[in-house]
Design a protein around this ligand. Structure first.
Ligand code: COI
Length: 331
């Protein structure tokens, strides 16, 4: 048995190598993105491990079939970029890693909320652009305990975010299409998203991207939100209409945004060795706003996550190859 892992970053290599040694299995790592062309490098391998946010297309799965590769093990959780029907039609089994570290993403969301509530972006702008170092009325912040936090999606990550915001004293309201049976008295479910939009000072997204929630956050919703509201997106870029978000920030419809996931993320984003400069005009605009914190899809990125993403996904690949049913089969 031998496997190939695509898009491997330097910080993943020790875990990939250790897993191979521990299991006496040959694993080849490559930094290349998995595409209809680069999949040729997988010829002769028994399965592929991968992590990327660009699409896994029908054409790609046709190439899997032509090369006789039946297993794709994702090192991440989201499957919105995977043509699951095409995978099935071409006999490719897929696994993901649903809970590599919900804490990592929830903590990042809270960090963004604190950064924006305490106006740190304005302090950084004064220092870096004007080289001044003094108080300003613009830096006056808000306590999290004075705010209502709206959580959309109460899965593992959303639940952890609720606990952290509650620990800071916030009132938490939440919406989920499939609510939990019990809230343990920690938060209150609301019946519709409109209530979240209208009542929240901070909205944090913790749901997967689906056809239904594409551009859920658009001009109409930004108008409904409070003028002092902060939107935190550590989930998926497609949920937010980026140009409407930029308009909302520039016109004062909302007060700030923490953006870790953007629409149409390119392969460059995941290339940790890239030295390319930013050319996307939306990214340039957002990066210059003091009321925005913009990060390159990095909320997941802790030592705990990396270890679990690599180890669990390689275990899944081995389980599939051995003909057993892995816990994390995506159906
Ligand atoms: C996920 O696990 O789906 C993430 O968003 C992390 C990212 C590295 C793709």
């Amino acid at each position: 048995m031998k496997f190939i892992a695509y898009n491997v970053r330097d910080d993943e290599i020790p875990f990939v190598e250790k897993w191979g040694k521990d299991h006496h299995i040959e694993v080849t790592s490559t930094t290349t993105t998995l595409t209809t062309e680069t999949i040729n490098d997988a010829d002769g391998f028994d399965g592929i491990s991968c992590l990327q946010t660009i699409p896994y297309s029908q054409e790609l799965f046709e190439r899997f079939h032509e090369l006789g590769i039946k297993y794709l093990s994702l090192r991440n959780v989201g499957v919105d970029n995977v043509d699951l029907q095409a995978a099935k039609a071409n006999g490719v089994q897929i696994t993901n890693v649903p809970a590599y570290s919900p804490e990592s993403i929830a903590e990042f969301a809270v960090m963004m909320a604190l950064y924006l509530s305490r106006k740190v972006g304005y302090m950084q702008q004064q220092l870096q652009e004007r080289h001044e170092f003094h108080f300003s009325p613009d830096f006056m912040g808000r306590l999290i305990s004075e705010q209502t936090v709206g959580i959309i999606g109460t899965g593992r990550i959303g639940r952890h975010a609720i606990q952290l915001f509650r620990g800071l004293g916030a009132r938490v309201i939440a919406y989920d299409k499939y609510p939990l049976k019990s809230t343990n008295g920690e938060f209150e479910y609301v019946d519709d998203l409109k209530t979240i939009f209208e009542q929240s000072d901070i909205i944090s997204l913790h749901m997967p991207a689906t056809k239904e929630n594409q551009h859920l956050f658009n001009h109409e919703v930004f108008e409904m939100m409070k003028d002092n509201a902060i939107l935190i997106n550590t989930a998926r870029g497609a949920i937010v209409n980026t140009s409407d978000l930029i308009f909302a920030l520039e016109s004062g419809e909302i007060a700030g945004a923490g953006i870790d996931a953007l629409e149409n993320e390119s392969a460059d984003l995941q290339d940790s060795r890239s030295t390319k400069k930013i050319t996307d005009s939306d990214v340039i605009k957002l990066s210059m706003m003091p009321n925005v914190i913009l990060t390159p899809h990095s909320a997941f990125h802790t030592s705990e996550s990396v270890k679990n993403m690599v180890t669990i996904s390689m275990d899944n690949l081995k389980t599939m190859f051995n003909g057993a049913r892995p816990n994390d089969l995506v159906e």
